[in-house]
Structure formats: C-alpha cells, structure tokens
Ligand binder design. Structure first.
Ligand code: NAG
Ligand code: NAG
Ligand code: NAG
Ligand code: NAG
Ligand code: NAG
Ligand code: NAG
Length: 378
C-alpha cells in the first residue's frame, strides 16, 4: 500500500503537462485575450512555455490587455527568437504566490531566460540557496517588491494584492496576484511587458546616468564592463557626481579608473540578499559595508536611491553620492571631490591610491582588471 501510494505520488510528480491546462487557466480572464491570441498564433512558442513534466514548476507572469495596449510595436511581428526570449523572461522558476511576494525585503526570482545576450551572469550561492532544489537558478532574474502601503493588504486580502516587478532598464510593472493554478504551476497578471536586460552602458544611457557614462567613456572602461559577467555597478547619480566636484570631468583618468573599480563588485548583489553589517570586496580590493537604517540601504556613506536596475551581466544600484572608502584617514581618488568647495582638478588628486590587489573572487572580471592595471602602468 505504502509502495503503491509512493509510486502514485511519483507518477503524479512526473505527469505530463498539457498546453490545454494553460489555455484553460488563461481563458478564465477576459483581460488575457491578447496573450491568448499571441500564443494561438505562435503554437511553437506556446509549447515552449509548457514544461515537460509537472515536476518542473513555474509561474507565468501574463501581460494583460493593458500591457499589449502600451506596446509601441506589435509583439507578434518580432523575430521568433526574441518572442521566445520575452516569454522565457516572463516564466519564473518555481511557484510564486502572494505569500512569496510579501517578503519584506523583496524577492529575487530567476526566470527561464538564459541566452547570453540577456543573461551573462550566473546564479551564485545566494540565489542557489533559495527555491526548490530541482530548479535551475542560472536564468536572468526579476526583482519583486511589495509596495509599502500594500504590505498589510498582502497578508490580509490576497486576491487584490499588488507588487512591483523590476526588469531591464529599471522598468517596473505592477503584478496583481491571481495565484491561479495550471498543471505547470501558477499564473499571475502584470500590466506591462518586462524589459529584456541590456548591457551596462546601454542601461546607463537609458537611465540618463550621463556622468557615469562619461566617466566610463573617458577611462575606456565601457566595453570591458559590458563584456564582464557577474557585476554589481554601484553607480552614483548625476547629482552625486556634481556634489563630488565632477570627478567625471576633473579627475585624472587613472584616478577615475580606480574610482570606478572601487564602485564595482564582482558578484550580482540584489537588495533582497542584503543585510545590515554585510561587507563586500570591490575590484580595488577595498571593503564596502552595507548598512540598513530606517528602511534605507547604504553602501558605506552612499544611500541607495534606485535599487536593482537589472543588466544582462548583473545589476546597477544607483547611489545618491559618490562612495568613500571606509575609515580611510588619507584622501583617495573617490574623496578628492567629496566636498563641493574643494577643487577636483586633476593635479590635486595625488592621493593615496586604494590598493590594487586582485581579489581572489574576481577571476571573471580579470580582463577588466587587467585593462585598468595596463592603463595605470602606462
Ligand atoms: C487586445 O484585445 C482587445 C479586446 O479584445 C482588442 O480590441 C485589441 O485589438 C487587442 N490588441 C492586440 C494587440 O491584440
Ligand atoms: C559575456 O561575458 C564574457 C566574459 O565572461 C564575455 O567574453 C562575453 O563577450 C560576454 N557576452 C555578452 C553577450 O555580453
Ligand atoms: C560568477 O561567474 C563565475 C564564473 O563565470 C561563477 O563561477 C560564479 O558562480 C558566478 N556567480 C557569482 C554570484 O559569483
Ligand atoms: C559615450 O560614448 C558613446 C559611444 O561613443 C556615446 O554614444 C555616448 O554619448 C557617450 N556618453 C557621453 C556621456 O558622452
Ligand atoms: C525614517 O523614515 C521616515 C519615512 O521615510 C521619515 O519620515 C522619518 O523621519 C525617518 N526617521 C529618521 C530617524 O530618519
Ligand atoms: C585583498 O583582500 C583580502 C581580504 O579581503 C586579503 O586577504 C588579501 O591579502 C588582499 N590582497 C592583497 C594583495 O592585498
């Protein structure tokens, strides 16, 4: 008897998922008619959304008709490979419900988007430690955060709960929790399409981070940054550059390079994994300390003003000020312009450089690092 029920459970786990069960779940909602039409006209893509067996659980974020209305292009007319990447990005690994979305520090969820153009990063320990052990966590992520004012509502009235889903170029859409079942897992509704994550520099330009962009151009680091994987770019806002005396214009190229590396970590650090007191190593082998005060996240002195801007190789956290080294007694390049009254001219930055040792965990960015070392030696 025990064996029989175990066998039955095993059979249930491995049952085949039918495309019809997805169609049935979608058909319950009139606002999914555009999505249903899209799948009907691309049956091959529709079958790509359906896992082979029920052991592979997923959550499909279904763009509603409003989402289709916001598009400036007809998604059905895009190249098939691009629609497939889009659909893969809208498929979350695991069954995600309103209860998951209500995590106070947000949720970083891997998707089935794995093509390198949009996902040149790998999961790492922190992502691997969450979710079902059978799931693959190597796909590109979305970050889901419940809005402060709906936190309570989330736990009380699940059906009308909403959350923000952040994707590429810091695009945010609103998720409405349906928690509807189909054989492959769950479906949830979103009011806009997710944006496929692009390389850092394109993201930086799309977010109008002009000073950061100019700094990367001046130091010729743009291409190296775009072709590294597993990157967290701690990107000061334009105001932050201005307040620091415009190091993008005034700092010597070698010092500016060091400052940029000081603002780069060699692993994707999504805010949902951050804890007060945590430290990370920068590409200059300096330590960056995270502090969480009154709901705000700081990297050293700099406050995080726009978190989790997803890029194909990791993410950008936008900061309200240029980061200063921890407990540094001597001025460093990143500090030379920290006070607006202090001149940030290139000649004044004969500062104690951060040590240029190669951190043991940055093999994947060695090329970027080697490039800068070459600049510095030159
Ligand atoms: C979406 O559905 C609405 C209502 O059925 C229809 O008027 C509209 O043309 C559809 N849009 C697309 C892009 O399919
Ligand atoms: C991905 O990163 C590797 C370095 O790890 C780089 O060589 C490659 O060009 C990158 N690919 C894309 C599509 O950005
Ligand atoms: C980063 O990339 C390396 C090699 O590509 C990989 O081993 C590592 O697990 C990745 N993830 C993190 C979070 O460092
Ligand atoms: C940086 O260089 C790129 C490519 O040449 C250019 O398109 C962009 O406008 C430059 N950015 C700034 C802020 O000058
Ligand atoms: C904490 O944050 C709230 C809301 O952002 C603000 O009103 C309050 O003044 C802050 N308290 C402190 C001590 O900074
Ligand atoms: C880089 O930092 C680590 C500690 O974070 C230290 O063990 C290592 O010696 C440093 N490397 C150099 C060459 O200073």
């Amino acid at each position: 008897m025990k064996l029989l029920s175990a066998a039955l459970a095993g059979a249930a786990l491995a049952a085949v998922v039918t495309a019809q069960s997805l169609a049935d779940a979608l058909n319950k909602h009139s606002q999914f008619s555009n999505f249903t039409d899209l799948l009907r006209s691309h049956p091959d893509l529709a079958s790509g959304l359906v896992p082979a067996t029920t052991a592979d659980r997923r959550t499909i974020l279904v763009p509603n008709n409003d989402a289709f209305g916001k598009l400036t292009i007809s998604i059905g007319s895009l190249p098939t490979a691009q629609i497939r990447d889009m659909l893969n990005y809208h498929s979350l690994v695991g069954e995600m419900t309103a209860a998951d979305f209500s995590a106070p520090s947000g949720l970083t969820v891997p998707t089935f988007l794995t093509s390198a153009q949009y996902n040149n990063r790998s999961s790492g320990d922190r992502l691997n430690s969450i979710g079902a052990s059978t799931a693959s966590h190597s796909g590109q992520v979305v970050v889901i955060t419940v809005r402060a004012n709906s936190k309570r509502e989330f736990s009380v009235r699940q059906q009308s709960s909403t959350a923000d889903v952040t994707s590429g170029l810091a695009n945010k859409v609103t998720l409405t929790a349906l928690d509807d079942n189909w054989e492959g897992g769950k479906i949830q509704m979103i009011d806009g399409f997710l944006t496929l994550p692009l390389v850092c520099t394109e993201t930086i330009r799309a977010r109008d981070l002009t000073s950061l962009d100019a700094s990367l151009n001046r130091t010729s680091l743009s291409s190296a940054l775009d072709h590294s994987n597993n990157v967290t770019c701690l990107g000061p806002s334009n105001d932050a550059f201005l307040q620091a005396g415009s190091p993008d214009k005034n700092l010597a190229v070698a010092d500016l390079s060091k400052a940029l590396l000081f603002h780069t970590l060699s692993e994707p650090v999504y805010t949902s994994f951050l804890k007060d007191g945590q430290t990370f190593q920068t590409l200059t082998n300096d330590t960056v300390a995270v502090s969480i005060k009154n709901g705000s996240i700081y990297f050293n002195n700099a406050r995080l003003v726009e978190p989790n801007v997803i890029t194909n190789n990791g993410l950008i956290h936008i900061l309200d000020s240029v980061m200063m080294p921890l407990s540094s007694q001597t001025p460093s390049p990143t500090q030379s312009g920290s006070s607006p009254t202090k001149s940030g001219s290139a000649q004044t930055s004969k500062a104690a450089a951060p040590s240029l040792a190669i951190p043991s965990k940055t093999w994947n960015i060695l090329e970027l690092f080697g490039f800068v070392v070459a600049i510095l030696l030159w």
